[in-house]
Design a protein around this ligand. Sequence first.
Ligand code: PRP
Ligand code: URA
Length: 209
Amino acid sequence: MGKIEIIQHPLIQHKLTILRDKNTSCKDFREIIGEIAMLMTYEATRDLPLVDTKVETPIGTATTKKLAGKKMAIVPILRAGIGMVDGVLKMIPSARVGHIGLYRDPETLEPVEYYCKLPQDISERDVLLVDPMCATGGSAVDAITQIKKREPKSIKFMCVIAAPEGIDALSKAHPDVDIFCAAMDEKLNENGYIVPGLGDAGDRIFGTK
Ligand code: PRP
Ligand code: URA
């Protein structure tokens, strides 16, 4: 079974309160979701392996550490996942970026795929899939199924708010994927929105409503 971690860091929790607030402006929402993604990346990459190395300082030789040559790919689920990419890249600037376009059919709540472009060498990379919301879990389950066809080294999923239904569906469909979120909310409403959640993440990032 993959890890399910709710990241309780005070800075993340404080920023999440601002995100949830219906009076937060589109500009602030965009900025803060990027900051949360950056801080969550710090936590979600804690287990990256290190190797010993040496470096010449102006004074002498330091025996020190560097990342063990691991390469990463960040994959946002369009649209709302785009809001997290810059924050992740601040922590992992050399990562490659793929894109998966999915929207939920408003009637069936089933994901509909409309775009998929992943790095060519994804089979040599660890993938960090990002989307602010995991509601029914359908979008994340589908995106991970698409990515697995290309056989990456590993996949982690990072979202900001999850519903219990989504985490349940995701961990059943892909038990090998570690899941990181900043909050597990109460439930879904009759339209498949997370309660209390933060509303429609894509609309709040892009100002489309
Ligand atoms: C939102 C969100 C997730 C999905 C979560 O996207 O960004 O991708 O819903 O719901 P699920 O867990 O039930 O699949 P949406 O479908 O609204 O598309 P958009 O980002 O293009 O607005
Ligand atoms: N997608 C969103 O953007 N918000 C929700 O609450 C559920 C799905």
